[in-house]
Ligand binder design. Structure first.
Ligand SMILES: [Mn+2]
Length: 319
């Protein structure tokens, strides 16, 4: 599969390949433990656009992944992937888009699958979180946010469902969060962090990315509750490593520090959901497409390998 040549419009949903096809083990939906939900939502962009094409580019690039993970010594597709139809977001208001994402997330969550949402802009997490909270009868979970931005604006661009407001929504939902890689925020966002005491859960990029030791990773894990949803805005990675995003910011996480963080959290906490957002493919830059696909694959592998091998507390658990 390749990205549709018309880069000005979202891809035809029917053209999306399944995650890691054709090499991944094909399983009936009922046997898949991981459900991939493409969410080509692009409603409130503030700088560069293109996130509506993110899921298609990730799925296309995922066809090049090796199913054998040399780090885990395990074939990640053992877990069973189901790639769901993309959420139709074109033309929807932010409120309507959130309703559609919520509706699309309910079924796989109800079936006990690990939901992996592929964005699309970061606002999509709200629809997933509300569905997950509903599934859990309101019982909260921790969020690990990897991001360049604090995303704590009360609203942005005239809507509370902006990518720049997603963590303000998390706070309203009563979800505790830890922020990693933050290096762009407003003075009001900083004041909010100070006023609420949430600043103790911020791991600034200028602190963690300018040093060679990874001792901060254990501190991140310690701040998280027993059940964790990982919301990964791809701009949390260094802008030099990942330029294919709306607002690339220099000085973020490198590839291996990001993986070490994801692996440590996944090994020590129950992962209840994952998303990768804000990927905006650049025509011809295949390395970025593949990086995003590989990151999704590593997140899935880390989150599920413990459960598959029966080695608690790692692994995912819905309830
Ligand atoms: Mn974000």
């Amino acid at each position: 599969m390749s990205i549709p040549p018309d880069m000005s419009s979202p891809p035809d949903p029917a053209s999306l390949p399944a995650f890691a096809a054709p090499d991944a083990r094909v399983v009936p939906y009922a046997e898949a433990r991981v459900a991939i939900l493409p969410v080509p939502y692009e409603g409130t962009i503030s700088y560069g656009g293109g996130t509506a094409r993110g899921p298609a580019a990730i799925l296309a690039a995922s066809g090049q992944l090796e199913m054998y993970d040399e780090e885990l010594d395990w074939c990640v597709d053992e877990v069973g992937f189901a790639t769901l139809p993309p959420v139709g977001c074109a033309g929807a208001t932010p409120e309507e888009a959130m309703r559609r994402i919520h509706a699309a997330a309910r079924e796989p969550l109800g079936a006990g699958k690990l939901l992996v949402a592929l964005g699309g802009e970061h606002s999509l997490s709200y629809g997933v979180w509300t569905a997950l909270l509903e599934r859990r009868a309101g019982r909260p979970f921790s969020l690990l946010q990897i991001d360049a931005h604090a995303d704590l604006r009360p609203s942005y661009g005239g809507t509370p469902y902006s990518h720049a407001s997603i963590m303000a929504r998390a706070h309203e939902l009563g979800l505790p969060f830890v922020q990693v890689g933050i290096r762009a925020l407003s003075v009001e966002e900083r004041q909010f962090l100070r006023k609420t005491g949430l600043e103790r859960n911020v791991f600034w990029a200028h602190d963690i990315c300018a040093r060679s030791d990874l001792g901060w990773i254990e501190k991140v894990v310690a701040r998280l509750g027993p059940e964790v949803y990982i919301t990964c805005d791809i701009d949390g990675l260094d802008g030099m490593l990942m330029p294919a995003t709306g607002t690339p910011v220099p000085g973020g996480l490198g590839w291996y520090p990001a993986l070490r963080l994801l692996r440590a959290v996944s090994a020590r906490r129950r992962i209840v959901g994952l998303d990768l957002t804000e990927f905006a493919p650049l025509p011809g830059l295949h390395a970025a497409d593949f990086l995003a696909a590989r990151l999704v694959y590593k997140m899935i592998g880390y989150a599920t390998v413990g459960d598959m091998r029966g080695s608690p507390p790692g692994g995912f658990r819905q309830l």
